[in-house]
Design a protein around this ligand. Structure first.
Ligand SMILES: O=C(O)CCC(=O)C(=O)O
Length: 323
């Protein structure tokens, strides 16, 4: 049996077998995206998924602007159910993930934080780009770039299996993106706490496209707390209410405009035994405008710990022993 057949078979449900037969009959070898800073070559999408992405989005986005300074475009869905299921299984199997640990200073006390989900990141800020051979050059001059912010965690180009969706998202939203962050929530115990993506390295009104694949999870938005009123500002401006979107597989929310400077978002933990606790992938596309963004994203989404990879036999992430 060819390697192609084996890989296709393991993430493809029975209902897809007829369509895949034609692909398996082709002698095309599997292709991988390669880069010296990937822990292993990353498999490109099978033809069935790649072709499916070519005809997205499945639906038009719906504008949600009914709260002060909130500007969302909600695709419900962007990716139809079967394609979302295949893309979820493919990315979970093929991407390298990390469980990043870092220290923060809370009120003068050093605290260890273990990120409560698996993460990975690809891309580089707009001051630089990758050449064909994977080197990093200045976006304008084309000269090789050496910068301490790229030294500790060398940037990695967005692999083909994510770049196709990035290009589709750019076409559907009119935005441009140079970063792809991926979260894997293994169960309801994994989460992301309230935060906003309002760092200076994203520019003043960042657009962030956020995809959900796999288990349904709540995406909660709440207004940022207002500073206490001053003599000039009696503090009467409207703030808005907490919103909850139960995001299903294939849904995409574009957050744009003043959303990040005025709202916080989170995916809270979910308790209890729920049949939908089958794992969820979140993909965000963003645009970083400075090298600080590149350093920050690799620091918090790759870090210095081991690589995890999906283990089919045990149906969980395991520390990867090699390519
Ligand atoms: O998983 C999600 O839907 C949200 C992810 C998120 O907020 C982030 O990566 O900043």
């Amino acid at each position: 049996m060819s390697q192609k057949r084996t890989l296709h078979a393991f993430f493809t449900p029975a209902a897809k077998k007829t369509r895949l037969k034609e692909e398996e009959a082709s002698d095309e070898p599997e292709k991988h995206s390669k880069h010296r800073h990937y822990p292993y070559p990353i498999l490109d999408l099978p033809v069935s998924i790649s072709q499916g992405i070519s005809s997205l989005p499945a639906r038009q986005g719906k504008e949600i602007k009914n709260q002060p300074n909130l500007d969302l475009l909600y695709f419900e869905p962007y990716i139809p159910r079967d394609l979302a299921r295949d893309l979820f299984a493919f990315l979970r199997s093929e991407l390298p993930f990390y469980r990043v640990e870092y220290k923060i200073n809370r009120g003068g006390i050093q605290t260890d934080v273990r990120t409560p989900r698996y993460t990975t990141v690809f891309g580089i800020d707009e001051t630089s780009r990758f050449t064909e051979d994977g080197s990093i050059v200045d976006s304008k001059s084309g000269a090789l770039v050496r910068d301490r912010r790229y030294d500790r965690y060398p940037p990695r180009p967005i692999p083909g299996c994510l770049d196709k969706l990035r290009r589709s998202t750019e076409a559907a939203t009119g935005c441009t993106f140079n970063f792809c962050l991926v979260n894997y929530y293994a169960s309801g115990a994994d989460s992301i706490s309230f935060h906003s993506d309002d760092e200076r390295f994203l520019g003043p009104e960042p657009a962030i496209a956020s995809f959900s694949l796999g288990a349904r999870r709540d995406f909660v938005l709440k207004p940022k707390p207002k500073p206490p009123p001053t003599g000039h500002d009696p503090g009467t401006s409207p703030v808005g209410e907490t919103l909850k979107f139960p995001l299903a597989s294939g849904h995409m929310i574009l957050m744009r405009g003043l959303t990040q400077s005025n709202w916080l978002h989170s995916v809270p933990k979910r308790g209890g035994k729920n049949p939908e606790d089958g794992g969820r992938i979140n993909i965000t596309f963003r645009k970083a405008i400075s090298k600080d963004g590149t350093e920050n994203y690799y620091n918090y989404n790759v870090g210095t710990g081991p690589v995890y990879r999906w283990d089919r036999a045990s149906q969980q992430m395991r520390v990867s022993s090699g390519p």
